[in-house]
Design a protein around this ligand. Structure first.
Ligand code: ATP
Ligand code: MG
Length: 656
């Protein structure tokens, strides 16, 4: 009989395939020797200090790490400026004419911005912000689409010591209000509009609605992107062009303490009220630079790096703006949707700029799978030498597809686990060292201590499943939740004690001790006393050649406590049928065990996703249990929910 004292989370899925780095990749890799892990372990502080030392400090630090759980201070006593490190330093080293961003707008317009031009823009806008009364420590809200003024605005804030809070441009005016109020921000930077899938999103209208329901904002700067007429409120609203016009391109960077706040970023809110995650200056920049350089094996002179996320998410903060710029990368920045005007827009971009590194999310990869391998095959993707993924567990078959159809069967894939809270990559292969397994994030980055524990907080042995924890401070860690220290302690540092960070994700170790992320702890299902992760069942479904994407959830069941309800999207050209549903249920049973066989399979064109592209299982659970739906306002594709609900209700009616 199953008992409740079984494993915290079952380990059902096993994967035998491994992909060592190709010999020529390993030979040229910045790190090609696994000894780096031991080196870092022997003296963790020295390891991080060596990376901090690669930055430009205007005053050296006194201590490397002070750990007063759950509060850490890194490089205390030191001073530096993030914008100086991201821009001026490279110009001083003679690289001012190197391209920082190849920017491409969704309509097809392009801009090329060198480090030199970037500095001039940043300085002009920084001076404009000062003229508008922005001072060190003030919070500035940034609500911009993916246009060059977005990184410029972030760097301008960093230059004068203002704290930015970027709000994803796809968020509603209410989300903007919540964030403005929480951060007590008096300045808002936005744009007239944004392009999305060929349409104009009226961003200023949304900002206006926000500003009419809070009286916090006294100054609003409006970037002209679409050129459409917008309402401007006298005394409050200013066009970006007007405020930077005539400003000096010199603005001395403000010396910042290592522990001064660089930014606040609210987590996407997949699980409840958004939390204002606070990141500081020295440790954050150290770890984003180190991980960006080593995980992506960045060669600043030759690589063309593309992180296809939105800067509104932490991935964009750390791996479009701060990490790449600190490392003098040449990046691609793309404004729009992957399927506009065609579903091969990404591959056209890779080909045109000869991108060498691509970093994207499993949700995008599964969409590409659904759309078909013919699309990337039409373009020359041979420039790509390294691929990355982040945001959700990647199903092994999606990993394989990415490796084969985008990476030409040779480019290593780095599956990087981290969170808004961690600030930077924490668990990941090192591409010149690690023999990766499809679907596994593999190993903690050197210097990071990631431990999978059971209910009691004891480390699980290889083969075991449980909860992911981090058991040592790291430079880019969140310092608190803005204005809510208690919530900081409660959320992250109470489950297993005040010095153990609880990530909220399930994880397991395979027999070799490699880490597999199993999705959110809240999503774990309980079938006859077996705690089963959504991830493993979904991966078993995606393992079937006709399936592109799958989500499962546990719905209440009289017999088994919960039963698994599966929602499946097929690859293009495949048709749903009762036979296929039966086949898929059987496929899961064979692949990972009968206990994980879905009770039912519902086919759907798409799955409900957050705006950052993550599957929202909580809504699927509401649907599967026939409940009224919870909050759908944070969904990227709210329509699909009604459609799935209708289908689910009619399937249930048929059963009866
Ligand atoms: P909220 O915390 O508000 O619910 P969120 O967790 O979606 O939002 P993020 O910080 O952007 O916000 O996402 C971090 C989460 O994404 C991780 O906790 C994990 O669940 C998931 N994740 C990120 N990268 C990976 C990865 N490589 N493998 C598995 N899961 C990942
Ligand atoms: Mg989270």
């Amino acid at each position: 009989m199953p008992s409740s004292s079984g494993p915290a989370i079952e380990n059902l899925y096993s994967e035998q395939r491994t992909f060592p780095p190709p010999a020529d990749f390993a030979e040229r890799a910045t790190i090609g020797d696994p000894a780096v892990y031991d080196e870092a372990e022997q003296d963790v502080e020295a390891w991080w200090a060596s990376h901090a030392g690669a930055l430009r400090w205007t005053k050296p630090w006194d201590t490397i790490c002070q750990w007063d759980p759950p509060f850490a201070r890194w490089f205390d006593g030191g001073q530096l400026n993030v914008s100086d490190n991201c821009v001026d330093r490279h110009i001083d080293d003679g690289h001012g004419s190197q391209v920082a961003y190849y920017w491409e707008g969704e309509p097809g317009d392009t801009r090329e911005i060198t480090y030199h031009q970037l500095r001039d823009e940043v300085c002009r806008f920084a001076n404009a912000l000062k003229d508008l009364g922005v001072a060190k420590g003030d919070r500035v809200n940034i609500y911009l689409p993916m246009i060059p003024e977005l990184p410029v605005a972030m760097l301008a804030c960093a230059r004068i010591g203002a704290i930015h809070s970027v709000v994803f441009a796809g968020f509603s005016s209410q989300s903007l209000v919540d964030r403005i109020e929480d951060a007590d921000a008096h300045v808002l930077i936005t744009a007239d509009g944004a392009y999305r899938k060929g349409n104009v999103v009226p961003l200023k209208e949304s900002a206006d609605r926000a500003m009419s329901s809070t009286d916090k904002v006294t100054t609003c700067v409006v970037v002209r992107r679409t050129g459409d007429d917008v309402e401007m409120t006298e005394g409050r609203d200013h066009f970006y062009d007007d405020v930077v016009d005539g400003q000096s391109a010199e603005c001395p960077p403000e010396p910042m303490d290592a522990e001064d706040v660089l930014y606040i970023l609210y987590t996407s809110g997949t699980t409840g009220k958004p939390k204002g995650i606070v990141h500081t200056t020295g440790g954050y920049l150290t770890q984003v630079a180190a991980t960006h350089r080593l995980v992506f094996d960045l060669k600043p002179d030759t690589d063309v790096y593309w992180c296809a996320a939105d800067i509104g998410w932490v991935t964009g903060h750390s791996y479009i703006v701060y990490g790449p710029l600190a490392n003098r990368a040449t990046s691609i920045m793309y404004e729009g949707a992957p399927d506009h005007p065609g579903k091969d827009r990404f591959w056209e971009i890779v080909d045109r700029y000869k991108a060498t590194i691509l970093y994207t999310a499993p949700t995008a990869i599964r969409a590409f799978m659904k759309w078909g391998a013919e699309l990337p095959a039409k373009h020359d993707l041979s420039s790509l030498r390294l691929l990355g993924t982040v945001g959700e567990p990647i199903n092994p078959e999606a990993w394989m597809w990415y490796h084969e159809h985008i990476g030409g069967g040779t480019a290593p894939v780095v599956d990087t686990w981290w969170q808004t809270e961690t600030g930077a990559i924490m668990i990941t292969p090192l591409p010149g060292v690690t023999a990766s397994k499809p679907g596994s994030a593999m190993t903690a980055f050197p210097g990071i201590r990631a431990v999978v524990v059971d209910e009691q907080g004891e480390a699980v042995a290889p083969g075991g499943g449980g909860y992911l924890t981090l058991q040592r401070p790291w430079p880019a860690m969140l310092r608190t939740i803005w204005g809510d220290e208690e919530r900081y302690r409660d959320t992250y540092w109470s489950r297993f004690g005040p010095d153990i960070y609880f990530a909220g994700d399930g994880a397991k170790l395979d027999d070799d001790g490699h880490v597999w992320l199993l999705g959110r702890v809240d999503d774990v299902m309980n079938i006859s006393g077996h705690r089963i992760s959504t991830t493993e069942v979904e991966s078993a479904l995606v393992d079937h050649p006709k399936v592109a994407e799958a989500a499962v959830t546990g719905r209440a069941d009289e017999m088994t406590g919960q039963a698994i309800a599966a929602f499946v999207t097929l690859r293009s050209g495949e048709d749903p049928s009762d036979e296929l549903a039966a086949q898929l249920r059987e496929h899961v049973a064979e692949r990972i065990g009968k206990i994980a066989r879905p009770a039912n399979v519902l086919f759907t064109e798409d799955l409900p996703k957050t705006r950052s592209g993550k599957i929202m299982r909580r809504l699927l659970k509401d649907i599967a249990e026939g409940r009224e739906l919870g909050d759908v306002t944070t969904l990227a594709n709210a329509d699909i929910v009604d459609e799935i609900k209708t289908r689910s209700d009619s399937a249930k009616a048929e059963e009866q």
